[in-house]
Design a binder for this molecule. Structure first.
Ligand SMILES: Cc1cc2nc3c(=O)[nH]c(=O)nc-3n(C[C@H](O)[C@H](O)[C@H](O)COP(=O)(O)O)c2cc1C
Length: 459
C-alpha cells in the first residue's frame, strides 16, 4: 500500500509528529510512505506550480493520505492551513476524493480536540474517506503502552483500506448565504473615553460585507479608533516552532519583520481589541492563523489580561462551532473578556447595524468596569494544562513562563491550601463512624450552602 504523508510541521524532518509515522513505517515494512514537508516548504509550494503539482500527483497515485501535523494554537500551523487553502484555490480537490485518510497530531493535549475536529472537517470537505485520528502527547512514543496503541491504530487503518470499509461524514458542507450588507448611517456615537480601541482586520476590500461591517463599527465611536489591516504588515512567515523564545521571549524573527514590534506596541497596549475576518474553510484565513501563531513568542504568558475582545466575522460561524470554541478558549486562557461576536450570518442590515452598535457600547462599558467574566471549562482546563506543564516538564526551555507563573500566582495547585486539605482529612476520618456518617450525610446540603447564604445576607 502506498501512503502519501503530508507533514505539517514547520520543522520538516525534525518533526516530533513525523517520528510517529516513521515508527509505523518501520513496523509495517510492506507499505511505502512518501513524505512531503508541506509546511516547511510552503513558500516554494505557493510560488512554484511544479512543487504543488508533484504533491498532488503523489496524492492521486496513493492508496491513502495521512495528515501528520502538530497542534498549533488550538489548530494546525498557519503554513499547513495555507496548503489546505491552496488545494481549493488551485482546484485540486478531486485528487483527494474517496482517498482513505487518517490524521496524526502531536501536542501537549491543549486543544488538540479543536485541531483534530478541524482536520476531520477538512477531510470531509475534500470528500475523503476519513477513518480515524491518533492524537498522542508529543512524548508518548517513548512509552511501551503508547507504541502498542500506535501499532494497533496503524494496523486497523491498513485493514480498513484493504477491506474498503464503509465510512460516513461527520461534518455537513458549510453553506454561505447570499446576502449583501448595506449599513445605514444613523446611530449616535459612542465615546470610548481614554480607552484605546484597536480593530484588526485582514480584508482590504471595503466593499465586502466584512469591510463594511468594520467601517460601520469604526464609525460607532466618536473617539479615535485604530484600524490595522494585518495583511499589510511585513510578516516574513509563520512560527517556525524553534522554541528559541522559551528562555526570554526573544523570537528568531526579531528585527527581521514588523510582527513583534507591532504586537508589543499596538496589541499589548490596547484596551479593546476587535478581530475581524472572513470564514475560510473551517476557520479564518491562513493570514490570521499566521498572526495567531506568531504570538507564540510570548510562549504561555497571557498578553491580553483584562482586555475586552470581540470578533466581527463574515460567514457562517454558526456552522463552524469549533471556531467559536477556539475564540472563547483563547480569550479565557489569556485572562481577557470575550464581550461578543457579530456576524453577517443572520438578520438584515438594520439588525447587523444594531448589533455592531451594541457591541461598541458593551465593549466600552465592560472596559470601564474592568469586567472579565468567570472562566468556563475551556479556560480553566486550559490554564491547568499550562500550569502543570510549565511547573514540570516544560519549565525548561520555557524559563520565562516559569518566572512569570511564579510571580503572578499561577501555581495554584490544590495541595497548596493546608486548611482545605486538613478539613478533608478530618471529615474522611469522621465518616468512618456509621452514626457520624448518617448525621453528616444529612448535613451536607445545608452545610454546603451555609457560607454562601451568609455572604448574601452580609454583603
Ligand atoms: C507555535 C506553537 C503553538 C503550539 N500550540 C499548541 C497548542 O495549541 N496545543 C498543544 O497542545 N500544543 C501546542 N504546541 C506544541 C506542539 O503541538 C508540540 O510540541 C508538537 O509535538 C510539535 O510537533 P512537531 O515537532 O511535529 O512540529 C505548540 C507549539 C508551537 C511551536
Amino acid at each position: 500500500m502506498k501512503i502519501t504523508v503530508l507533514n505539517g510541521s514547520p520543522k520538516g524532518d525534525l518533526s516530533v509528529t513525523l517520528q510517529y509515522v516513521h515508527f509505523i513505517s518501520k513496523k509495517f515494512p510492506l507499505h511505502t510512505f512518501s513524505v512531503h514537508n508541506v509546511s516547511q516548504k510552503i513558500k516554494s509550494i505557493e510560488k512554484k506550480e511544479t512543487a504543488f503539482d508533484q504533491i498532488i500527483e503523489d496524492v492521486r497515485n496513493s492508496d491513502a493520505v495521512w495528515w501528520s501535523v502538530p497542534i498549533y494554537v488550538c489548530l494546525i500551523p498557519a503554513q499547513y492551513k495555507r496548503f489546505i487553502e491552496l488545494i481549493h484555490e488551485k482546484g485540486a480537490e478531486e485528487s483527494f476524493r474517496d482517498k482513505y485518510t487518517a490524521v496524526i497530531t502531536t501536542s501537549i493535549h491543549f486543544y488538540d480536540h479543536t485541531g483534530n475536529n478541524y482536520m476531520h472537517a477538512v477531510c470531509d470537505d475534500l470528500n475523503m474517506k476519513y477513518v480515524d485520528f491518533f492524537s498522542p502527547d508529543m512524548f508518548d512514543l517513548l512509552k511501551e503502552e503508547h507504541r502498542k496503541k500506535l501499532i494497533d491504530f496503524a494496523g486497523s487503518f491498513f485493514d480498513s483500506v484493504t477491506d474498503e470499509i464503509p465510512v460516513t461524514k461527520s461534518y455537513a458542507p458549510v453553506i454561505y448565504r447570499d446576502f449583501i450588507y448595506e449599513p445605514e448611517n444613523h446611530s449616535e456615537k459612542i465615546d470610548a473615553g481614554d480607552k484605546k480601541v484597536l480593530i484588526l482586520t485582514d480584508s482590504d476590500d471595503e466593499n465586502s460585507n466584512l469591510g463594511k461591517m468594520v467601517e460601520k463599527f469604526r464609525n460607532s465611536f466618536s473617539t479615535p479608533v485604530d484600524v490595522v489591516d494585518i495583511s499589510k504588515l511585513d510578516i516574513k512567515g509563520g512560527c517556525l516552532g524553534c522554541i528559541e523564545c522559551g528562555f526570554d521571549n526573544r523570537c528568531t524573527y526579531t528585527g527581521k519583520d514588523d510582527y513583534i514590534d507591532f504586537y508589543n506596541k499596538k496589541v499589548k497596549t490596547a484596551d479593546i481589541i476587535v478581530y475581524s475576518g472572513n470564514i475560510v474553510d473551517r476557520y479564518l484565513s491562513s493570514g490570521w492563523k499566521q498572526f495567531f501563531d506568531r504570538r507564540f513568542f510570548n510562549t504561555h504568558i497571557p498578553t491580553q489580561t483584562g482586555k475586552q475582545l470581540a470578533y466581527i466575522i463574515s460567514g457562517p460561524l454558526s456552522q463552524v462551532q469549533n471556531l467559536r470554541q477556539v475564540f472563547t478558549a483563547v480569550a479565557e486562557i489569556d485572562h481577557a473578556n470575550l464581550t461578543g461576536i457579530v456576524t453577517d450570518e443572520f438578520g438584515d442590515s438594520e439588525q447587523i447595524d444594531n448589533l455592531l452598535q451594541n457591541l461598541a457600547s458593551k465593549l466600552v462599558r465592560n472596559a470601564d468596569n474592568k469586567y472579565v467574566k468567570p472562566v468556563s471549562f475551556l479556560g480553566l482546563g486550559g490554564r491547568k494544562i499550562f500550569r502543570d506543564d510549565v511547573w514540570g516538564r516544560l519549565r525548561f526551555p520555557f524559563i520565562a513562563d516559569h518566572e512569570y507563573y511564579e510571580k503572578n500566582g499561577f501555581y495554584d495547585f490544590p495541595n497548596i491550601d493546608p486548611s482545605e486539605h486538613k478539613f478533608s482529612m478530618d471529615m474522611i476520618e469522621a465518616v468512618k463512624e456509621p452514626e457520624a456518617r448518617e448525621m453528616i450525610r444529612k448535613m451536607i446540603k445545608p452545610q454546603m450552602v451555609e457560607p454562601l447564604k451568609k455572604m448574601v445576607e452580609t454583603k
